[in-house]
Design a protein around this ligand. Sequence first.
Ligand code: PHE
Length: 348
Amino acid sequence: MGTDQLDQLRRDAHAQLDAARTTDELSDWHARYLGRKGALTDAMRQLGALSDEERPAFGKAVNALKTELSDAFEARQEIVRGAQLNEHLASDAIDVTLPGRPVDLGTLHPITQLVREVSSIFAHLGFQTIEGPEVEDAYYAFDALNIPKDHPARDVWDTIFVQSESREIVLRPHTSPMQVRTMERLKPPVRVIVPGRCYRYEALDATHEWHFQQVEGLAVDEHLTMTDLKGTLAEFARQLFGPQRKVRFRCDYFPFVEPGVDFAIDCMVCHGDGCRVCKGTGWIEILGAGMVHPNVLANVGYDPDRYTGWAFGCGFERLAMLKYGITDIRAFYQSDLRFLSQFDRATA
Ligand code: PHE
């Protein structure tokens, strides 16, 4: 190989280097010229075949070319890498001024919203919200509530039994067992409300669910009367259904209260004239209530001669159906987003 061929090599090498557009092409080029089996290594190997006079000059020329091409390679590499990076950035560009993709957020279940609303109403009246067990001892669900075993009233609550041999354990059919648990734990004065899930062995239809939610209210102190009960419930009803609501007490029977009442409001659809919602009566019953039975007070160790109390129990689904004009209770627990998303409002 002579100097001419070395010149040719240089020109080819530069031309091909300038043509390399990708890092792959660059490394091919590097292998071809500067690699262990590349053209310059070949040229070096030919030194031995040269005469003593030719050898130093040619060796120098090959080394110089090697340095030149190495520098050229590095320079080219910079350019190609820069170009590739720019290409990458351009294709991956993020427009920070575009609005973000909306995140799908769930909403609070309408019954949960109502539980919170009711808790807040009662909080303002001085009631504390507490919760209790859904799997309950029959003692709390019935016996301590003045419903002894074999009492016919025990059938009123179509109870789901969890265990019935040594100890009777039930899914609570109402929140009233929490009256007993609360009084066992606290000394009067007591003012609590207890929202929670309840279960009954019941066939599903438009107005019955085997699983539903109730709120229990309980107040015990010296000198509490039916007037306090009626006043509190009237305030509750008016906050929930409008300040114009008329309220009505009628006699009712629950073994754990004496006297017992059902509490109704005048129909907010027809204002008492009679319509489908109130079944023509002008009144809508929304809960059961009464003065805590002296036997119940005695069962928890309260002195019935000193203390009086009142309690009420109210179904949330029924309240929600009235409030929102829903005609089928099953809608609440079918997890149908078309239904649930209608109650999409920011809640505390
Ligand atoms: N626990 C009763 C029910 O579920 C309601 C109620 C509660 C009635 C408290 C009176 C007092 O039917």
